[in-house]
Design a protein around this ligand. Structure first.
Ligand code: NAP
Length: 275
């Protein structure tokens, strides 16, 4: 397969790191190294190693992807900078970790590699990235070059849409909307399915109705030039069945009024994790 994506060092190959890796390999990744304590092999020419100490000495990636849990990040970053200060200096460091700021990542790397001036990008992808339908918000620290920004955009565009924000704090809002957002939609599907069972439909019919409604409505929204509000209005004839349901949903104590509070709670938590 021809290569169209740069070489990577991927640290953390769980839900998110694994989903990104699969998509990147499918799209032609230059020879890369993945640190994974569970996996033994990867399709050639990629290599998997069990720890940072085992990164081949001649391997210098264009980008490092940090995809461990934020609470596990500090020793990983210290080890990277201690063993491979050359990589910490030359590669663009892309963190998908919620909460950790570019300043704190730079400080941790520089604690072990004082001469390094790491170029750090924060990326907040979401799980539909695993099927190439992701939404990633990105922020770059001021010292990240245009070429490094373009490289990160190429990487994350390979798994869906990308958008860059100008202020680092806006990444917390991205986290609250598109990072966590798939869970809100899955909750809706879950509740619709339960409600369908409550109306007496067989389980498998309830599941099919809920899933196809959520995925079909999502696809229609994607393909339509209209706003979500307009698409909703088109389904809602005055005095009809949908209007009866929307009137209940829109009552002050019900869930649509809770959406702003819900995303504010997610952003608050993202900010807490950053402090
Ligand atoms: N899931 C999402 O929807 C989502 C969305 C956006 C961003 N993120 C971010 O993505 C990051 C990872 O989340 P996740 O959901 O993918 O978590 P996860 O499934 O727990 O994956 C984390 C992975 O990191 C590995 N790891 C931990 N320490 C390591 C080390 N020293 N060297 C190499 N690998 C190590 C873990 O392996 P072990 O099992 O061996 O510990 C695990 O496979 C988080 O920072 C999160 O904020 C997630």
């Amino acid at each position: 397969m021809s290569e169209s994506l740069p070489s990577l060092l991927l640290i953390g190959c769980g839900q998110m790191g694994g989903a990104l890796l699969e998509a990147w390999i499918g799209r032609g990744l230059a020879p890369s190294v993945v640190i994974d304590r569970h996996r033994e092999t990867l399709p050639a020419p990629h290599r998997v190693v069990s720890s940072l100490e085992n990164i081949p000495a001649d391997f210098v990636p264009a980008a490092v992807i940090l995809a461990v849990k934020p609470q596990k990040a500090q020793p990983v970053m210290e080890e990277l900078a201690a063993h491979r200060p050359d990589i910490a200096s030359s590669a663009v460091i892309v963190s998908v970790m919620a909460g950790l700021t570019t300043a704190s990542i730079a400080e941790t790397l520089r604690s072990q590699a004082p001469d390094a001036t790491p170029a750090i990008v924060r990326a907040m992808p979401n799980t539909p990235s695993s099927i190439g339908r992701g939404m990633t918000g990105l922020y770059r620290a001021p010292n990240v070059t245009e070429a490094q920004k373009a490289l990160c955009d190429t990487l994350l565009s390979a798994v869906g849409a990308t958008v860059w924000v100008d202020e680092e704090d806006q990444i917390n809002a991205v986290t609250a909307i598109s990072g966590s957002g798939p869970a809100y939609i899955f909750l809706l599907a879950e509740l619709l399915e339960k409600a369908a069972c409550g109306l007496g439909l067989p389980d498998e019919v309830a599941r099919l109705l809920a899933r196809k409604t959520v995925s079909g409505a999502g696809e229609l929204l994607e393909q339509s030039p209209e706003d979500a509000a307009e698409l909703r209005r088109r389904v809602t004839s005055p005095g009809g069945t949908t209007a009866a349901a929307i009137a209940v949903l829109n009552a002050p104590a019900n869930w649509p009024s809770n959406i702003p509070d819900a995303v504010a709670a997610a952003r608050h938590r993202a900010r807490e994790l950053a402090s």
